[in-house]
Design a protein around this ligand. Sequence first.
Ligand code: ADP
Ligand code: MG
Length: 462
Amino acid sequence: MASLVPSLGQLVSDATCLFKKLFNDEAPKIAACAPGRVNLIGDHTDYNQGYVLPMALSLVTVVVGSASSGQEAIIVTASELADEPKKVDLSLPNEGFPSFPGLPHWANYLRGIMHHYRALPLPGFRAVVVSSVPLGSGLSSSASLEVAFYTFLQQLRPAPVPAAAKHPHNMMLPPPRFTFDDGDKVAKAIACQQAEHTHAGVPCGIMDQLVSVLGMEGHALLIDCRSLESIPVPLSDPGLVFLITNSNVKHSLASSEYALRRGQCEKAASILGKPSLRDATVNDLEDSHSGHGPTMKISDPSMISKWEDFHYSRVSTYSYCSTLFVFPVPAWHCNKLTLYSLSPSQESRAQLDDVTYRRASHVIGEICRTLKAAESFKNGSFQEFGKIMVESHNSLRDLYEVSCKDLDDLVCAAMEVEGVFGSRMTGGGFGGCTITLLKADAIHRTIQNIQGVCILELFGPH
Ligand code: ADP
Ligand code: MG
């Protein structure tokens, strides 16, 4: 049975009760919230300046609190999964006294936000955080915490408009004493991303923060992570469902591997002589590959993996949890073992080692897939969208190597069911969630089939 997501009202009420209990029965004066997100396609493309297609979720983080006199900045999280202590008093950053990372780790996201907040100085405050976004599951609890807390600070001290800003052409006026927040949403997302970089130590791309700030109900957002422009993609067909399945595997490896992958992409771009992998093509990559060691030969993935092949190419039998079931294997997965000898001429042009080549080929392919997927969704071509989702999963598994057995099992279990269009891991990987697109009338048999594979958590609408 799917557990229900607590409503926003319920979360605010829980946070208010906790605040009153902790702070002399006073009611909080401010409430702010920001959503988590699921990425439909386009993983590990944002920090390569490519495209992503996330949607904001009704799983949200709520911050309630009030301004207080003095320099205290007391914040309490209700989240059991956050490291101890759950209550912190962070010193307010001021000119000459910036905020530094420290312990507990969860508070670093908040220290980072206070550091990068665009309207200093801040008054003292007390606040409580509650969230329905599962922590560390690839649904971006971190960005929802950052954006909710940033929004809380915006309400705590509404931006003063300095005299110089009112009269930008009057050079005789002294410069403003305050830095001020002009309400620019993209700048807010960038400040939240900076907080994660400098204080939480995660060199993330901009996707999570941008969709948490800009997400719209009933829409995904196609984001160009270079220009930071985004186009809403309507997701309003009542005959369709996106199912998020939590593997409950925590992505503990993720931060070190994430930084490693990011470094490999930068290396690939630099060897290819490009500012980023966004600027590289499949041909650039082919020309620079060493051909050492086993790999798949790269070509347009959509040419290799035919949807019909996925269904009919081969059927394997696997045993999990004492249940026997069959799952189809996509054609280009089978091809993996046969397509790796390259010609001597290619070897002489060798520059990219095999691992770097595979990382780059995922990113280049994924950027194309994301654009094609958004187009397919807009055109109502859900079979095509699903096919691209599966190609994306295979690429994350085989080329970028960020999937794990639990995620692969969940995808396979979903793909067995009639009425399922596509399924893939979502987020950074090494655990976390899968996302599946299916017909609404296939939801019960899909859940049933997945439950035959592993213990899972399902997020239902209110
Ligand atoms: P994800 O963003 O996919 O959930 P991350 O590893 O990027 O996973 O971020 C999870 C971390 O963010 C947590 O371990 C914790 O430090 C912090 N965090 C997120 N939400 C909260 C919260 N409500 N309370 C305290 N810390 C939180
Ligand atoms: Mg995160």
